[in-house]
Design a binder for this molecule. Structure first.
Ligand code: DOR
Ligand code: ZN
Length: 431
């Protein structure tokens, strides 16, 4: 099996490549990257398919390190099949899925089930994140070594914070000894009090219950202190506030091993959007102020925030088409994440290479999985992006089973036109 990808603008942050190049794939692996690979020369060694990339951007396959696939248990919201379909359509060759399924992914049979389903559907790679505590109750640690052995890629109670700092400390220590990441959902439940939007003037005007920025920040600071004390590392999920960015920036400067991700909705939408009362804007952490939004962009620009993840959180219409108070929390992101993130390049906040680093190379490093690079010999996980094409968001046409997308009807620019996993084309449209 040989495939030649001709004339792409190849951007690989892991090798500092940004050039018009050809890529030869042999048996699903990257075999050669060169200025001009002579097809007649290669042809003498057997048949070969070729795809003309025509100057579009060709990058290491994007990795979404924070999604919710809902299977097992909530298949009416999303399945591993529909979620991975959405992933490859959005340009992702790999996704990490959180443990808040039913049953919770807190034991090897659930981890193995997820991996089996992912292999059966055979689209994007799926990296299960196992729960950090049994049933995500925050009381008893799960069997880390056993879960790692079963194929888990990290530990997180995402959706719920780990309120007991002693448990979090042990989790950091055990995970570190296994070289596994801990992903922390930072929320002080006492401060958040189930608030539905960001605390501030807009919330006072709208009369919705509020969760303040410090509910997130106090836990970010706690986790930084724990990582410093235990000499381990921690990854902060869905960073949304200026104070969190500031805390992470200072921690990094003093050599503490903290990494962080944000999601596109935290740099494209603010609490102002809640004036519409659209339940698709109800998400945790909540959309913050314009000032926070700017701080998130600064954090992305200066490297404080390492990764962009969708936090794809599908919910059905019965859970969203209700009064704001009763609506489920979360929004879908797999099929809009790349286009929204490309805005950062347009705005001059990130270079194209810088963006790919945050959507591929850094997530691979943080999760400790292969990918994020087009190095010789690696599996050919590749995303081709057309940065010019404009399209209108129509959630009804998404591959995800859920429709809770706050960008409905919006015009976006740039999208994936081909997604390849292990040398196999899993999605192609417009190329
Ligand atoms: O908005 C959210 N939805 N935040 C979370 O932390 C969990 C997620 C979900 O699972 O729906
Ligand atoms: Zn999440």
């Amino acid at each position: 099996m040989r495939l030649l990808l001709k004339g792409g603008r190849v951007i690989d942050p892991s090798q500092n490549i940004d050039d018009i190049l050809d890529i030869l794939i042999v048996n699903g692996k990257i075999s050669l990257i060169d200025n001009k690979i002579d097809i007649s020369e290669v042809k003498t060694r057997g048949s070969i398919d070729s795809v003309d990339i025509g100057g579009r951007i060709l990058v290491p396959g994007l990795i979404d390190m924070h999604t919710h696939l809902r299977e097992p248990g909530f298949e009416y919201k999303e399945t591993i099949e529909s979620g991975t379909k959405a992933a490859v359509a959005g340009g992702f060759t790999a996704i990490a899925c959180m443990a808040n399924t039913s049953p919770v992914n807190d034991n090897r049979s659930v981890t193995e089930f997820i991996l089996t389903q992912a292999a059966r559907t055979g689209r994007a790679r799926v990296y299960p994140i196992a729960a950090l505590t049994r049933n995500q109750e925050g009381k008893i640690l799960t069997e880390f070594a056993d879960l790692k052995d079963a194929g888990a890629t990290g530990f997180s109670d995402d959706g719920m914070p780990v309120t007991d700092s002693g448990i979090m400390r042990c989790a950091l220590e055990y995970a570190y000894s296994l070289d596994m990441p801990v992903i922390s959902h930072c929320e002080d439940l006492g401060l958040a009090r189930g608030g539905m939007m960001n605390e501030g003037l807009v919330c006072a005007e709208l009369g919705l219950t509020a969760s303040p920025d410090i509910a997130e920040e106090i836990m970010v600071l706690r986790d930084i202190i724990l990582a410093r004390y235990t000499h381990t590392r921690v990854h902060i999920a869905h960073v949304s506030t200026a104070g969190s960015v500031e805390a992470i920036r200072a921690a990094k400067a003093s050599g503490i091993a903290v990494t962080a991700e944000t999601a596109p909705h935290y740099f494209t939408l603010s609490e102002e959007a809640l004036r519409s009362f659209s339940t698709n804007l109800k998400v945790y952490p909540p959309l913050r102020s314009e000032r926070d939004l700017e701080a998130i962009k600064e954090g992305l620009a200066d490297g404080t925030i390492d990764a962009i993840a969708s936090d794809h959180a599908p919910h059905s219409s019965i859970e969203k088409e209700v009064e704001f108070d009763y609506a489920a929390t979360g929004l879908i992101g797999l099929e809009t994440s790349l286009s929204l993130s490309l805005r950062l390049v347009e705005e001059g906040i990130l270079s194209m290479s810088g963006l790919i680093k945050k959507m591929s190379t850094n997530p691979a490093d943080i999760l400790g999985v292969s990918g994020g690079s087009l190095r010789h010999g690696l599996p050919a996980d590749i995303t081709v992006i057309d940065p010019e094409v404009t399209w209108t968001v129509d959630a009804a046409r998404f591959h995800s089973k859920s429709r809770n997308c706050p960008y409905q009807g919006m015009q976006l620019r740039g999208r994936s036109v081909m997604t390849m996993v292990g040398g196999e084309i899993k999605y192609r449209s417009g190329l």
